[in-house]
Unconditional design. Structure first.
Length: 372
């Protein structure tokens, strides 16, 4: 029976790149298929939790050596803009997706992995073999890792359950030039959403916000929305008053879904946002994407060394994924719901001001331990 690769990874964001880097340390043949060119800007807060730094270093990726900002402080403000500052329990680093994904892609090419630029149109499974279809051909492989992100037409093709429900969330991101502390990540609440600020390797400040589409639709464009809604928070108002935009226009994505997804779908091991997206306010989605890629790669390598049944491989991956992420995703969803309520946010900010250690506990509850 024809087999083109041992493993095919669909999607070359952080999850797909990590899995490819991990698996490239074995003797298996790997193909990574990504629909976009590298490098590319993406809608993302660009704050990465330090929990994945030792593992990234182990894969030969060193963001700090590439100028990532070391972030040790967290600032938070509620609707009024009153700011609460604490030291981050674990900390993180600020780096653009443009730089981080590209750094990992270059490492992958150095490791000799084949990367093809194409859109995967369909993935079918029959008799222990997948057929992965792109425009003009298809590849056959016994293992597929799905790393194609939050939402893709592939989810429709694969009839994934979550895709039929519309999501009310919109993401907006741009880089700005202005004075901003290098070692701080800030989260400022506004009516209908929240906005993250932190510096990246170019010295630009990344501004990324998540907004409820219903609140956004009342305004004619992003500028009006920013002035009328975001700038009601006085921290954001003073930021935008002095900040110079570095993008021609902000990048936007809609239909950001936080619904539960299956970790294995039609025998495809789903990783990163394809398996589930934590609320961005936790600043932990990228770390989860990287961590889930590690779990899937380890499960797959174990299976390839000591083949048992595919069902066991899938159960093992799902079990490890749930153990690592279910609690933090649930905590993230609870915090998100709290932030949507003006009253809870106001009371919450007052309580946290009296007891900043509670904020440290909340942050810890949405993060993992150091990944080696
Ligand atoms: C507004 C917002 C702010 C965020 N801020 C942060 C933050 O500050 N810190 C943090 O840790 N996380 C943050 N996140 C979460 C983080 O961005 C994601 O969790 C992370 O990007 C997931 O990586 P991924 O590889 O799963 O997906 P992606 O990075 O989206 O990669 C998926 C890749 O698959 C490709 N693809 C899609 N369909 C196909 C196809 N059919 N064929 C081939 N390729 C395909 C895409 O082009 C893409 O490159 C934020 C998310 C949002 C929405």
């Amino acid at each position: 029976m024809r087999q083109d690769y041992d493993i095919i990874i669909v999607g070359g964001g952080l999850a797909g790149l990590t899995a490819a880097l991990h698996l490239s340390q074995s003797a298996h043949s790997i193909l990574l298929i990504e629909k976009n060119e590298f490098p590319k800007h993406k809608v993302c807060g660009e704050y990465v939790s330090n929990e994945v730094l030792p593992y990234l270093n182990r894969l030969g990726v060193d963001p700090i050596a590439h100028g990532a900002k070391e972030i040790t402080k967290f600032a938070f403000s509620g609707l009024s803009g009153e700011v609460l500052r604490i030291d981050l329990p674990l900390g993180g680093f600020g780096i653009s997706r443009y730089a981080l994904d590209y750094m990992m892609y270059n490492k992958l090419i150095k490791n000799g992995v084949t990367v093809e630029r194409a859109s995967v149109l369909d993935i079918t499974y029959c008799d222990e073999m997948f057929e992965v279809a792109i425009t003009d051909k298809s590849y056959r492989t016994p293992h597929v890792i799905g790393a194609y992100g939050k939402r893709s037409t592939l989810d429709i093709t694969l009839s994934r359950k979550f895709i039929s429900t519309r999501s009310p969330w919109l993401g907006v991101k741009a880089h700005y030039e202005t004075d901003f502390p290098e070692d701080e990540v800030a989260l400022h609440n506004f009516k209908g959403g929240y906005c993250g600020l932190s510096k990246v390797e170019t010295d630009a400040v990344n501004v990324c916000y998540l907004a409820d589409v219903a609140s956004f639709k009342k305004y004619k464009d992003l500028d009006t929305y920013r002035v009328e809604v975001l700038e009601k928070n006085k921290e954001l108002k003073s930021f935008f008053a002095k900040a110079k935009p570095l993008f021609n226009k902000p990048l936007t994505i809609s239909q950001i879904s936080f619904q539960n997804k299956q970790t294995v779908e039609n025998h495809i091991l789903m990783i990163g946002d394809s398996a589930g997206l934590i609320h961005p306010l936790c600043g932990n989605g990228m770390a989860m994407a990287i961590h889930s890629a590690k779990i899937a790669s380890e499960c797959l390598l174990e299976f390839l060394s000591y083949p048992k049944s595919r069902a066991l491989l899938e159960q093992n991956y799902t079990k490890q994924w749930k153990a690592a992420f279910t609690t933090r995703m649930r905590n993230g969803a609870i915090i998100q719901r709290g932030l949507q309520s003006d009253t809870i946010t106001k009371v919450g900010v007052r309580v946290l001001q009296q007891s900043p250690r509670l904020l440290t506990k909340i942050i810890t509850s949405t993060h993992g331990k150091n990944l080696l």
